[in-house]
Write a protein that binds this ligand. Structure first.
Ligand code: TNX
Length: 503
């Protein structure tokens, strides 16, 4: 059996050699140091096994964690488990990832708990490995976001993109435009309750993500997906543009049409736009970007740009140029959905997020390539492979189908450098978005995200040439995550393609 020699690790490391036997884990097992990674290890082992390892500040502890900057590769680590265990991180993130790998080696058998013996050398393929959570169509509070961070950072994702504004709601407080949260945050799709993050909530999420080595990327979606802005400030937003397709879709779904200045509870897209030729629009964008930049330590601000279907092309391009320039003036690097690549003068260095298909359609590839021509780079979120909100199967109760039906194998089998005709170096990494039209609870979110996020984690982290980097190996390794998710209370879809293990 091929799986018996394979270590139960996802994402697959650069190299891993299984050794004979296990290192027992008992209450007498001592972990060196009080580093954040050591504390996280002790807490995670306690949650999983009920055994609380002791902290001991001696170099002869049973589990030693240390940083060696000479190791080079950012986020890399070397993990050795024999009589004792050692994790050497290239940096704090590397140490954290070494701990995540060690936790996947923690297994229970007839003799009790132990770490499988192994020697692992590891570092990521791509510097950016992201997940996106849409908190607009349904709102998820701080505790939910923290749990989402825990479960995704354990798969070595290092970027959390929060989609903070859309037609259905505005989800972060902005002091200079207070009506946004006062009037535009209380509802969600189908009239479900909404919500928003205070500035303290937002800072708490940023800090929590950082403690798990995840960088927060806030998105304010512009110039479309802005109906909610018009509920608070009607003068900033055009009247809804209702295309034939939009009317048909709304009728099919039995959803009321959007009305200027009133909350929108449907899921239609492409009907809204801010006023492109009003200076006040840019005062608004400047204030929002400034306040977000002040509370976002990471280098990026996402300015949206998708599906502005009712906005004339020239207006859209003008807006894209001005909005990205505003982000640069605020000292941040703009990120935008690939449509903004239509603007000749988009700010230099803007990062494009490609959400077309694995075989590009229409103008998508051309728009995406323009970011690279302007000195920027790309994040790949191919909708028919990496989208976490697509159904697993036709009859799956959650999710949408417009891009594809994505089973676990389809989520796994795509190559981010093979989609567009750009140099490999222009691909910063991948991002897997979870759009929240159909997810009312965090459990709903988790069942769409897990296990498919693990497939995206492996695509983002593991070398394309790693011996285990194939579906047959992946499905076996993936199945071994079930007991870890159960111990953490993370719901997942037990897809029939995967041989799930009990322990
Ligand atoms: C398209 S992908 C959208 C979102 C929807 C999503 C649903 C993208 C940039 N925009 O507004 O939520 O499809 O899958």
């Amino acid at each position: 059996m091929v799986f018996t020699q394979t270590l139960p690790l996802v994402p697959a490391p650069v190299s891993a050699v299984a050794r004979e036997g296990r290192m027992p884990v008992t209450a007498a097992t001592r972990v060196q140091g009080s580093s954040p990674a050591a504390v996280q290890l002790i807490e995670a082992v306690a949650r999983r096994t009920g055994i609380r390892l002791s902290a001991a500040d001696t170099a002869d502890a049973d589990i030693v964690l240390r940083i060696d900057p000479a190791m080079g590769a950012a986020e890399g680590y070397v993990l050795t488990v024999a009589e004792t265990a050692e994790i050497v991180g290239a940096d704090e993130a590397g140490l954290f990832y070494g701990v995540q790998t060690l936790l996947q080696l923690l297994r229970e058998d007839e003799s009790g708990w132990g770490f499988l013996r192994a020697e692992v050398h590891d570092a990521p393929r791509f510097p950016r490995r992201g997940v996106m959570l849409d908190v607009t169509r349904h709102f998820f509070g701080v505790a939910d976001v923290k749990k989402f961070i825990d479960a995704t950072s354990a798969l070595k994702f290092n970027q959390l993109h929060l989609h903070l504004s859309d037609d259905q709601g505005w989800r972060v407080h902005i002091d200079s435009w207070p009506k946004l949260t006062e009037l535009s945050s209380s509802t969600a799709v189908d009239g479900e309750p909404g919500g928003f993050y205070t500035k303290d909530d937002y800072r708490e999420i940023v800090a929590y993500a950082a403690s798990r080595h995840m960088l927060l990327i806030p998105e304010i979606d512009l110039p479309g997906h802005t109906h909610a802005i018009g509920v608070a400030y009607p003068e900033l937003v055009e009247s809804p543009v209702l295309s034939e397709a939009f009317l048909a879709e709304s009728a099919k779904n039995g959803q009321a049409l959007p009305v200027h200045g009133e909350s929108y509870l449907g899921t239609g897209v492409g009907h809204s736009s801010v006023r492109i030729h009003e200076e006040r629009t840019y005062d608004f964008v400047r204030d929002v970007v400034r306040e977000l930049a002040e509370m976002t330590p990471g280098p990026y601000i996402h300015i949206g740009g998708d599906e502005s279907l009712g906005t004339p092309q020239a207006d859209f391009d003008l807006f894209a140029e001005r909005a990205t320039a505003i982000v640069v003036e605020a000292g941040k690097t703009p990120v935008a959905w690939h449509e903004m690549g239509s603007a000749a003068g988009i700010a230099e260095g803007t990062i494009g997020q490609y959400w077309g298909k694995t075989t590009p359609e229409g103008t998508h590839a051309e728009e995406a390539s323009h970011f690279v021509e302007r000195g920027g780079a790309l994040i790949m979120s191919a909708a028919d492979a990496a989208y976490l909100d697509m159904k697993y199967s036709e009859d799956y109760p959650l999710g949408l189908t417009w891009a594809a039906i994505i089973d676990v194998r389809a989520a796994y089998e795509w190559e981010p450098t093979a989609v567009l005709d750009v140099p490999d170096a222009a691909i910063l990494g991948i991002e897997a978005p979870l759009w929240a039209e159909t997810t009312r609870t965090l459990s709903d979110v988790e069942r769409l995200v897990f296990p498919r996020a693990a497939a995206q984690a492996e695509i983002g982290w593991s070398p394309r040439s790693a011996p285990e980097r194939n579906w047959e190996s992946f499905r076996g390794r993936l199945g071994t995550l079930a007991p870890l998710w159960k111990a953490e209370g993370v719901d997942f879809h037990p897809a029939a393609e995967v041989p799930w293990s009990e322990r």
